[in-house]
Design a protein around this ligand. Structure first.
Ligand code: C2E
Ligand code: MG
Ligand code: MG
Ligand code: MG
Length: 288
């Protein structure tokens, strides 16, 4: 990176050089600080799981939730996961963070059950590094047994892009996790480059269409065709389809028309703190 910056700096003259160098130092410094803060975030209780409902279009009921991590930085600001998950993935912090969050979600499911709620399946996002750690099955088994819940209560979301690297090992891991009883979903579908023949080999139950395609479905012909095609293909493979990022009645109407199974998005609900999600379950909120 340094070379590229120097090169660009040379092109733009001496002042440019100073500008880029200062800018880079500051960025590197900020990143280092953020990394150190993240290292302490677990002990300081700054991480919290939010829950976003997934709704079945057939009857409008909440049939699932996705657990999404939130980090309240000591500065008081919320750092979005896109700003620290990739960093945690790079420096390995995703392993302790991932372990913490899996235990936290399992314990939350237990508490909701104890409160007498009919708790839907809760999906947890796994990053590449977590998924490729040999310890994952044991760690998951311990987390559910300590919480006293069944594997069926948990779904694991794996992104299309990392599944494509080292396919054989990934398929083996997926088979093992399925055998343990976890439901598996492919996340962000459409952003990677899976072909049909690969998809057929993945032992997954659910396919989640990425926000990016859902966003333009009512306005853009290509997105509409793509989503229609993915739904048809998924159903052909006996997979259920979730559309992510549904925000408008037009998107909803399109997804209903093409028989998408479930939706998730601000239209029905934003991701919520655990207590607010429980309140939705208690009041039996439905999509009308
Ligand atoms: P994702 O797994 O695809 O999660 C869906 C993202 O879409 C979430 O962003 C969610 O808040 C957002 N979203 C939901 N409905 C709408 C909508 O109607 N409109 C729009 N514009 N966005 C919507 P979030 O929470 O910022 O997370 C971003 C990504 O960070 C996630 O994408 C996931 O890849 C990663 N991530 C989040 N939590 C975790 C976690 O606990 N572990 C890991 N490994 N990754 C996580
Ligand atoms: Mg996800
Ligand atoms: Mg997604
Ligand atoms: Mg996404």
């Amino acid at each position: 990176h340094a070379e590229v910056a120097m090169y660009r700096a040379k092109e733009s003259g001496r002042n440019g050089c100073q500008f880029y160098t200062a800018d880079m130092n500051e960025q590197a410094q900020q990143r280092l600080e953020l990394e150190n803060d993240l290292r302490r975030a677990i002990e300081r209780n700054e991480l919290e799981m939010y829950y976003q409902p997934k709704v079945l279009l057939a009857d409008g009921r909440i049939v699932g939730a996705e657990a999404l991590i939130r980090w309240k930085h000591p500065s008081g600001k919320f750092v979005p996961p896109s700003d620290f998950i990739p960093m945690a993935e790079e420096n390995g912090l995703i392993i302790p963070i991932g372990e913490w969050l899996i235990q936290d979600v399992c314990a939350q499911i237990r508490r909701w059950c104890d409160e007498g709620l009919a708790v839907p399946c809760v999906a947890i996002n796994l990053s590449a590094r977590q998924f490729q750690s040999q310890n994952l099955p044991d760690m998951l088994a311990l987390a559910i047994s300590e919480a006293g819940i069944e594997a069926q209560a948990v779904e694991l979301e794996l992104t299309e892009s990392f599944l494509m690297n080292d396919m054989e090992a990934n398929i083996e891991m997926m088979v093992l996790l399925k055998r343990m009883g976890f439901a598996l979903a492919i996340d962000d579908f459409g952003t990677g480059y899976s072909s049909l023949s690969y998809l057929k080999r993945f032992p997954v139950d659910i396919l989640k269409i990425d926000n990016n395609f859902v966003r333009d479905v009512a306005a853009d012909h290509d997105s509409a065709e793509l989503v229609r095609g993915v739904i048809g293909m998924a159903h052909g493979l006996k997979l259920e389809v979730v559309a992510e990022g549904v925000e408008t009645p037009e998107q909803l109407a399109f997804l209903r028309e093409y028989r998408c199974d479930m939706i998730q998005g601000y239209y029905f609900s934003r991701p919520l703190p655990a207590a607010d999600f429980a309140a939705l379950l208690r009041e039996g909120k439905r999509l009308s």
